[in-house]
Design a protein around this ligand. Structure first.
Ligand code: 5GP
Ligand code: MG
Ligand code: MG
Length: 176
């Protein structure tokens, strides 16, 4: 598979522009001691750009990571969520922003949100780069959505297929 087979769906420029808008919405809620929790691995590029957009907007978030797995090697959800890596600092009384790449069934993010709420977070909001409508198994309404994504398998901007293409600066779809 070569790179020329990947069609741009959301360009780096479009993502950067949308991020600014999301950050101004997030800033408008006046979070206190905001803790950004990036759900690895898929959201690492999005989260990295998001926190720098936050800095540009005068925000000073702390950053943590959680690694959750609901997918095996393939492209079909296994339906269960496992914690591979947990946050290292306490979340009690923190305003948390959970950042993920794609919201599909909602299982991953609902699991993480419930866990952090149960640990006493002051608030838990969710921010996803992409939302795939019509695929929800759990009724989770994300607080911030970058783009509504068509029902295709996307790669790039942190997202992979079989460990490949995370490095692409855009979100793309593999054409056959
Ligand atoms: P769910 O919302 O079903 O629990 O999980 C969504 C997760 O499935 C995303 O965070 C992502 O890791 C993975 N996923 C869903 N759709 C796609 C896709 O089109 N491309 C890639 N690379 N991952 C996807
Ligand atoms: Mg994910
Ligand atoms: Mg994956």
């Amino acid at each position: 598979m070569d790179r020329s087979k990947i069609r741009v769906l959301f360009s780096a420029e479009a993502i950067a522009q949308r991020q600014k808008e999301l950050v101004s919405e997030i800033a408008g809620t006046n979070p206190e001691r905001l803790l950004v929790i990036a759900v690895l691995k898929g959201s690492f590029v999005f989260a990295a750009d998001l926190i720098r957009a936050m800095d540009a907007a005068g925000m000073a978030p702390e950053v943590e990571f959680m690694s959750l797995s609901s997918y095996l090697e393939g492209t079909v959800s296994s339906g269960s969520v496992r914690i591979l890596h947990d946050v290292e600092s306490p979340v009690a009384d923190r305003d948390v922003l959970l950042v993920d790449d794609i919201l599909e069934s909602g299982r991953t993010l609902t699991y993480a949100k419930d866990l952090l709420s149960a640990r006493g977070a002051r608030s838990v909001r969710t921010c996803v780069l992409l939302e795939k409508p019509g695929k929800r198994a759990i009724n989770l309404q994300p607080d911030y959505v970058g783009f509504v994504c068509p029902d295709v398998f996307v790669v790039g901007y942190g997202m992979d297929v079989a460990h490949a293409w995370r490095q692409l600066p855009f979100v793309g779809v593999i054409e056959d």
